[in-house]
Design a protein. Structure first.
Length: 346
């Protein structure tokens, strides 16, 4: 998904095309960003890569991305996206994608660095202007520890079933690479041998259904190799001013899901979300907020979120959606977080 094209917001109404900076007829630059003021009532850091605590944080959600698109021929295109993610320093952003795309009839071949196509918002995960919440529900979108891309290739087949219904199927394959993520003071290192999967999607006039499967083989911090199968299923449905969304992710270590509803009234969209994580990161959460669209390119979010860890899991030293177990700091098992978020695109 190119961010200068149509993005869905809470009312599921396409926004006008965003004006990218056209350097030439064939080359353009566009961008996006988010920043927030966030605070919780618990000293234990909350959410991987965000690490929100009871100290007011002005950079826990800071994101800035630049995307360059080049039309080489009518069928061949190149795209590059560089993002300063919440976990990155400004001096060390990440190349989130960099690929060549070749289209012929109903087939599109992509090769290079690509987004993992596991979830509804995978293609625009860092583009806060593209979704209702301040952050995508962490139960699902942090279920694979924030990994969002792979180095490999995909082949997408898309067809029109009717005037209002299209279907697509996309097998993908990723080569071995090293992925690192920080979990508090610990660094997790995943040596991936390969990843392979399939995503499928149905898109109608006012709904979208997305499903994906991924198989991977990896080593964690030098331990023995293990294999993982990940399954996801999600859908969104708009009815008048309402937008309903739900997604589930399942693998051998966990099952995570959320349901969400938003109602668009002029420039305001109040929304509520309920999510659960089971097994590895057992927790429950309730999120309530309101989004205000200042312009088609700028939006604001005011959001409250309560995250709850069951007493027995707390006593066992589990972390839930915390970065470290709250019992290690003799802190409460539950937390309430408050966020004011600014999103923009250009």
């Amino acid at each position: 998904m190119n961010i200068k094209y149509t993005l869905l917001v809470a009312a599921a109404i396409p926004l006008p095309l965003f004006a990218a900076i056209d350097i030439t007829d064939d080359f353009s630059i566009s961008g996006f960003g988010s920043t927030s003021i966030a605070k919780s009532n618990n000293t234990t850091p909350l959410f991987i890569h965000r690490e929100i605590t009871d100290d007011t944080c002005y950079d826990c959600d800071t994101i800035f991305g630049i995307q360059a698109d080049y039309t080489i021929t009518e069928a061949l295109n190149a795209s590059l996206q560089v993002v300063k993610r919440p976990q990155d320093k400004w001096s060390d952003p990440e190349i989130e994608w960099a690929y060549l795309s070749y289209e012929i009839n109903d087939l599109t071949f992509n090769g290079g660095r690509l987004r993992l196509p596991l979830f509804l918002a995978s293609e625009y995960y860092y583009v806060g202007q593209a979704y209702t919440w301040a952050r995508p529900p962490q139960e699902v979108y942090d279920s694979i520890l924030g990994f969002t891309f792979y180095d490999g290739f995909s082949l997408r087949w898309e067809t029109s079933i009717s005037d209002e219904l299209t279907a697509s199927v996309m097998p993908f394959y990723g080569f071995g690479r090293e992925n690192k993520t920080k979990l508090g003071t610990f660094e997790l290192i995943f040596e991936t041998d390969y990843m392979a999967g399939l995503s499928a999607e149905l898109t109608g006039f006012n709904y979208r259904i997305h499903s994906a499967y991924m198989h991977t083989k990896f080593e964690q911090n030098g331990a023995a190799s293990e294999k993982m199968n990940i399954f996801t299923l999600g859908g969104e449905y708009s009815l008048d001013q309402w937008l309903f969304m739900a997604e589930v992710e399942h693998d051998k270590l966990q099952t995570n899901w959320y349901v969400s509803a938003g109602y668009s009234y002029d420039a305001f969209t109040p929304y509520i979300t309920y999510g659960q994580s089971h097994d590895r990161r057992y927790s429950k959460s309730v999120t309530a907020g309101v989004r205000y669209d200042v312009t088609p390119q700028i939006s604001l979010n005011a959001e409250w979120q309560g995250v709850y860890l069951p007493q027995d899991r707390y006593d066992q030293g589990k972390d839930g959606q915390f970065v470290i177990p709250p019992i290690a700091l003799q802190e409460d098992k539950d937390v309430q977080a408050y966020t004011l978020m600014l999103n923009f695109v250009f």
